[in-house]
Design a binder for this molecule. Structure first.
Ligand code: NAP
Length: 264
C-alpha cells in the first residue's frame, strides 16, 4: 500500500494473514509515499512487476489519474483505493463503497429498495453513496457543509441532501443509518438524538476504532440492530484481495487479523 501516514494501517496484517491461509506466494507491505508522488509509485508497480496496490491518503485522486483504466465507481468518484496490475496495464477500483454494501449484506441488510441515510460527504461517504445507489437504495446525505452534501447526493439516482440540523426529523424516515464521518473516534456523541431510532432500523458506523462508538452504544441500549466498521474494512480488503489473486478471500481469517490490536 502507498500513503502517508501508513504506519497505523491494519491492512498488512489482514492481507498477509489471508495469503498465509491460502498458501499464496504474495507479501503485502506499506510504503510511505510523499504527497504528489502517486504517479511515480504507480510507474514503480509496472517497473517492478508488483501485483497491485492499496492506495490511501493523500494519493487516492492522484492514483486514479495515473491508472490506465477505472471501474465505473472509481471513474465517477475519481478516486481509487485499489490498483490491479495486469500485463503492464493498471486498473483502478474503489472498494470502500462495495465493501460497505457487502458488510450490510453480511449483517442481513439488503440495501435494494431500502432508504439509507449517509452521514458525511467526504471520501468514504461519497464511495458509500455511489455504491448504495448502484445497489438500488434510496439515499439521503447529511453533511455539515451543504455544498458538499449536495455534491455527494449527485452520485446516486434520486438522492437528496439534508442539513445536520434536520437529522432528528430525517432519521425516523429511513431504514438504514450509516455514519461515514469520524464522529465517535474520540468519543463524540452522534449528531442526532438517538431516542428517535427504532428497532426496525439498522445502524452502521464505519468507525472501527473504538469498536464500540457512542452511536453503536446508543443503538445497543435501545435494542436496535447495529454493526461497526470492522466488517467494511474486511470486505473492502477482500475485494482487493480477489482482484490481485483471483481467489475468494478467507473472510474469517481477515476479520481475526483486523481485530487484533483493537479494543474488544
Ligand atoms: P474525509 O474525506 O476527511 O471526510 C470526513 C467527512 O466527515 C467530511 O464530510 C467531514 O465534513 C465530516 N466531518 C468530520 N468531522 C465532523 C464533525 N465533527 N461533524 C460533522 N461532520 C464531520 O474522511 P473519510 O476518508 O471519508 O473517512 C471518514 C471516516 O470513515 C473515517 O474517520 C473512518 O473512521 C471511516 N472509514 C472507515 C472505513 C472502513 O473500512 N470501516 C473506510 C474508510 C473510512 P467537512 O468536509 O465539513 O470537514
Amino acid at each position: 500500500m502507498i500513503g502517508d501516514p501508513v504506519r497505523h494501517s491494519r491492512s498488512p496484517a489482514i492481507h498477509n494473514a489471508a495469503f498465509a491461509e491460502l498458501g499464496l506466494d504474495f507479501v503485502y507491505v506499506a510504503f510511505p509515499v510523499a504527497a504528489g508522488r502517486a504517479a511515480a509509485a504507480l510507474d514503480a508497480v509496472r517497473t517492478l512487476g508488483l501485483a497491485g496496490l492499496n492506495v490511501t491518503m493523500p494519493h487516492k485522486e492522484g492514483a486514479a489519474a495515473a491508472c490506465d483504466e477505472l471501474t465505473p465507481g472509481a471513474a465517477v468518484l475519481r478516486s481509487v483505493n485499489t490498483v490491479v496490475h495486469r500485463d503492464g496495464r493498471l486498473l483502478g477500483d474503489s472498494t470502500d463503497g462495495p465493501g460497505l454494501v457487502a458488510a450490510l449484506r453480511e449483517h442481513g441488510v439488503e440495501p435494494t429498495g431500502r432508504r439509507a441515510l449517509v452521514l458525511g460527504a467526504g471520501g468514504a461517504a461519497r464511495a458509500i453513496v455511489d455504491a448504495l445507489g448502484r445497489s438500488g437504495a434510496v439515499v439521503t446525505v447529511a453533511a455539515r457543509r451543504p455544498e458538499a452534501g449536495a455534491a455527494a447526493a449527485k452520485l446516486a439516482p434520486d438522492a437528496r441532501a439534508v442539513a445536520f440540523a434536520d437529522l432528528d426529523a430525517v432519521v425516523p424516515t429511513v431504514d438504514v443509518v450509516v455514519n461515514a464521518t469520524p464522529i465517535g473516534m474520540q468519543g463524540e456523541p452522534p449528531p442526532f438524538d438517538p431516542t428517535v431510532l427504532t428497532a426496525t432500523q439498522f445502524v452502521y458506523d464505519t468507525v472501527y476504532h473504538p469498536v464500540r462508538t457512542p452511536l453503536l452504544a446508543a443503538a445497543e441500549a435501545r435494542g436496535i440492530p447495529h454493526a461497526g466498521g470492522l466488517s467494511m474494512l474486511v470486505h473492502q480488503a477482500a475485494l482487493a484481495f480477489t482482484h490481485w489473486t483471483g481467489r475468494d478471500a478467507p473472510l474469517a481469517v481477515m476479520a481475526a487479523a483486523a481485530r487484533t490490536g483493537l479494543d474488544p
